[in-house]
Write a protein that binds this ligand. Structure first.
Ligand SMILES: *[C@@H]1O[C@H](CO)[C@@H](O)[C@H](O)[C@H]1NC(C)=O
Ligand SMILES: *[C@@H]1O[C@H](CO)[C@@H](O)[C@H](O)[C@H]1NC(C)=O
Ligand SMILES: *[C@@H]1O[C@H](CO)[C@@H](O)[C@H](O)[C@H]1NC(C)=O
Ligand SMILES: *[C@@H]1O[C@H](CO)[C@@H](O)[C@H](O)[C@H]1NC(C)=O
Ligand SMILES: *[C@@H]1O[C@H](CO)[C@@H](O)[C@H](O)[C@H]1NC(C)=O
Ligand SMILES: *[C@@H]1O[C@H](CO)[C@@H](O)[C@H](O)[C@H]1NC(C)=O
Ligand SMILES: *[C@@H]1O[C@H](CO)[C@@H](O)[C@H](O)[C@H]1NC(C)=O
Ligand SMILES: *[C@@H]1O[C@H](CO)[C@@H](O)[C@H](O)[C@H]1NC(C)=O
Length: 228
């Protein structure tokens, strides 16, 4: 469980299995209270970056905004290398990415449960990010529960060096995006859930990425770069 500190986060979490994310392989992760994971060091920024611009580090951001868990909300994480969480992840990935023939060997889950926004907003916002690896392929799921309104900048997606990125939603104060719609959007026809293949593998001179191509996209505001 992360400390109840504004702009806080976990210390380095050693991963039981290395996680491959678009060409980098990481053995540690940071769960930052403001709604995103980083690998190289913790990050306190409460204003989201634009995911298509290289920020200098890889980021997986289920909901990057100014979160404040001092009064309410629990931010926690766990990793699994056996048991029912693995079977569920295996089922989910084979359903969303038919033909991949996937068998999960490791899962990392970070959950923001009924967290408030700065400054003691008292509201409750819940979401989760799940990293899934078979040792060969890796995937990320983002799950959205109820998302309380905020007038702060807010973004959901992931970023690497500017070549691989995805924006589920990016809202600047004046954009009037209805981000409570996050609970009702999907790229895999499951309300509130997004699934991404995040491993880059070389095949000859070409890069091949697993991606979700047949999914129904019911998003309102979506920018993304078609992969492969
Ligand atoms: C599953 O892994 C945990 C540690 O991660 C271990 O304590 C437990 O014994 C394992 N269970 C089985 C059935 O292997
Ligand atoms: C998946 O891997 C586990 C061991 O990690 C193995 O017991 C199981 O049989 C495998 N399942 C499939 C469908 O390959
Ligand atoms: C945040 O709220 C606390 C308690 O109401 C107050 O003391 C503090 O000044 C506020 N801080 C900011 C930056 O608004
Ligand atoms: C949107 O998601 C919320 C859960 O956050 C659910 O209560 C509501 O029924 C959903 N609405 C639609 C139209 O699917
Ligand atoms: C977001 O809004 C702030 C304040 O209104 C503005 O300074 C900033 O340039 C905006 N950023 C983008 C990327 O539109
Ligand atoms: C929210 O989603 C509903 C449909 O689910 C759509 O009609 C509405 O335009 C969306 N609003 C915004 C502001 O994104
Ligand atoms: C935002 O979307 C939610 C869920 O789709 C809906 O219940 C709510 O009425 C919408 N609000 C606005 C201002 O469009
Ligand atoms: C999406 O899921 C619903 C049930 O939740 C199903 O009725 C529908 O056929 C699915 N659509 C697609 C394109 O798979």
């Amino acid at each position: 469980v992360n400390p109840h500190i504004d702009d806080g986060g976990s210390s380095a979490v050693r991963l039981q299995n290395p996680f491959s994310f678009f060409g980098h392989t990481y053995s540690q992760i940071y769960v930052n209270n403001n709604g995103y994971l980083t690998f190289d060091q913790s990050w306190k920024n409460y204003t989201p970056i634009q995911f298509n611009v290289y920020s200098g580090r890889d980021v997986i951001a289920p909901l990057w905004t100014d979160i404040d868990n001092r009064a309410n909300g629990v931010i926690s994480y766990n990793q699994y290398s056996n048991g029912s969480v693995l079977s569920q992840a295996t089922r989910d990935i084979n359903q969303y990415f038919p033909g991949v023939n996937f068998n999960a060997s490791w899962v990392f889950v970070a959950t923001w449960d009924r967290v408030a926004y700065f400054n003691y907003s008292g509201t409750e916002t819940s979401f989760q990010v799940v990293l899934i690896s078979s040792g060969h392929a890796s995937f990320v799921l983002m799950n959205y529960g109820p998302i309380a309104p905020t007038n702060k900048p807010l973004a959901a997606g992931y970023a690497t060096d500017g070549t691989d990125w995805f924006t589920i939603l990016w809202s600047n104060v004046s954009d009037h995006v209805n981000f409570s719609n996050l609970s009702n959007m999907s790229n895999v026809n499951v309300s509130g859930r997004w699934a991404f293949g995040v491993k880059r593998t070389t095949q000859g001179q070409h890069y091949k990425r697993y991606h979700s191509c047949s999914a129904t996209e019911t998003h309102h505001k979506l920018e993304h770069k078609r992969q492969q």
